[in-house]
Structures are given as C-alpha cells and as structure tokens.
Design a protein around this ligand. Structure first.
Ligand SMILES: Nc1ncnc2c1ncn2[C@@H]1O[C@H](COP(=O)(O)OP(=O)(O)OP(=O)(O)O)[C@@H](O)[C@H]1O
Ligand SMILES: Nc1nc2c(ncn2[C@@H]2O[C@H](COP(=O)(O)O)[C@@H](O)[C@H]2O)c(=O)[nH]1
Length: 196
C-alpha cells in the first residue's frame, strides 16, 4: 500500500452517478496543481468516452491478471463490472503533485478512507433523482445504464452524511467555486498581498 507523505492528500469525489462529480472535479482541478488517476474498468466505453481519457478500458482477462499481480490500490465489482485504481498510477501522480483526486463509488471511497484516514478528503456531490435522470438522458445514456445507476441512488445518498463535505450540484460554476474554496484551506501557500 502506498504511504501518503507530508501534505499529500487524496480528494475523493463520490455521490450518485450523473450528479456531476467529474464535471465539478475537472473544473476545480484547473485552479490547482492536482492530478487525477484514471480507473481501469472491464465495461465497454460509452459513446462520449475515450480510452485513456475517461477510463482505461480493459478485458476481464487483463483485469484479473492485474488483480493477481496485486496491482490495484483498491478495486470493486459493481453489477458484474470491475473497476480499480492502479497503485503505481497513484505513486506516479504523487511524484509531481501533492494532491490527487479520484471519482469513486462509496465502497471504494470508504476503503481509501480506512487506509489513509485524514489523508483522504471525501467530497460528496449530489443532485435529486429527477435531475440525475435528466442529465443522463441529455447525454444519451441508454435506459439500461440509467436504470443501473438509479438502482444504487438511495444507497449512495445514504453515504452523504459520512463524508467530510457535501455539495448539491445545481449550478456547476458555483459549486466548483465552493469546492475550490474548500481545497484552498488545505493548501500550504504563503500568499502575500500585493497592491497593483
Ligand atoms: N450543474 C449542472 N447542470 C447541468 N448539467 C450538468 C451539471 N453538472 C454536470 N452536468 C452534466 O451532467 C452529466 C453528468 O455529469 P458528470 O459526468 O460530471 O457526472 P458524474 O457524477 O461524474 O457521473 P458519471 O460517473 O455517470 O459520469 C454530464 O453530461 C454533465 O455535463
Ligand atoms: N471504487 C471504485 N469506484 C469506481 C472506480 N471507477 C469508477 N468507479 C465508480 O463506479 C461507478 C460506476 O461507474 P460507471 O462509469 O460505469 O457508471 C461510479 O460511481 C464510478 O465513480 C474505481 O476504480 N473504484
């Protein structure tokens, strides 16, 4: 298991699928020196996803091989689909950054929290059920994918109060600003006031 050092932190975005976790995390990351680590998954890419940008899409066989080699820091199976974060990717991300962010389901989030304690900050992003349905329909997710995601909605929402921070995502620029303010509190920056 990777040992988190000094001021290194893992910010984990969790919450219902389609609530806007990745949208917010990417907006926030533009303002800070932080990097994400892509998961490996055995599912097929959706029409708006690209291998190496959204996920590393791999075969069942490759995933099993990686599991056998203990390559994953954490991995889960959701509805028969495997997902995992490769430990070496975390090691490499921390070589150049103090802050790494991930988007995980509550089970994986909880595993990392148990491993790293204060080294993990859980940011729960949510929207109501109708909103997540509408957003997934707008990006043309299949009925099957939407139904699969919704089958986990209530269970995922139950995790909200376990997280250190929670934000309802109506207006993404506003939420990104609020999350940025939160992240700012973790930065060890020597800001000097300058008159222009
Ligand atoms: N505040 C918002 N208002 C309107 N649309 C939004 C908002 N936030 C995100 N979206 C849109 O909703 C969709 C889902 O967002 P996103 O992919 O960030 O969600 P997610 O929680 O990471 O879920 P998933 O893992 O299923 O992609 C995207 O098409 C995104 O552009
Ligand atoms: N615990 C982990 N959860 C992960 C990982 N990669 C993605 N996810 C989460 O799984 C669900 C389903 O994702 P989908 O893209 O197939 O809809 C979603 O909540 C993801 O955030 C991972 O490596 N570990």
């Amino acid at each position: 298991m990777y040992n988190i050092k000094g001021k290194e932190k893992i910010f984990v975005y969790t919450g219902p699928d389609g609530s806007g976790r990745k949208t917010i995390s990417k907006m926030v990351a533009t303002a800070f020196d932080m990097e994400t680590v892509l998961s490996y998954t055995t599912r097929s890419p959706r029409h708006y996803e690209t291998d190496g940008e959204d996920y590393h899409f791999v075969t069942e066989e490759s995933f099993k091989q990686m599991q056998a080699q203990e390559a994953f820091l954490e991995s889960v199976e959701i509805d028969g689909i495997h997902y995992g974060i490769r430990e070496q990717d975390i090691v490499e991300a921390f070589q150049n950054h103090d802050y790494v962010y991930l988007t995980l389901n509550p089970e994986g989030t909880e595993k990392l929290k148990t491993m790293y304690g204060d080294g993990v900050v859980r940011i729960f992003i949510y929207a109501n059920r109708d909103t997540v349905i509408r957003r997934q329909k707008e990006r043309q997710d299949s009925e099957e994918v939407i139904a699969r995601h919704l089958s986990h909605y209530d269970e995922i929402m139950n995790y909200k109060n376990s997280c250190e921070h929670a934000f309802e995502n109506f207006d993404s620029p506003q939420v990104a600003y609020q999350v940025s303010e939160l992240i700012e509190t973790f930065l060890d920056r020597d800001l000097t006031v300058t008159d222009y």
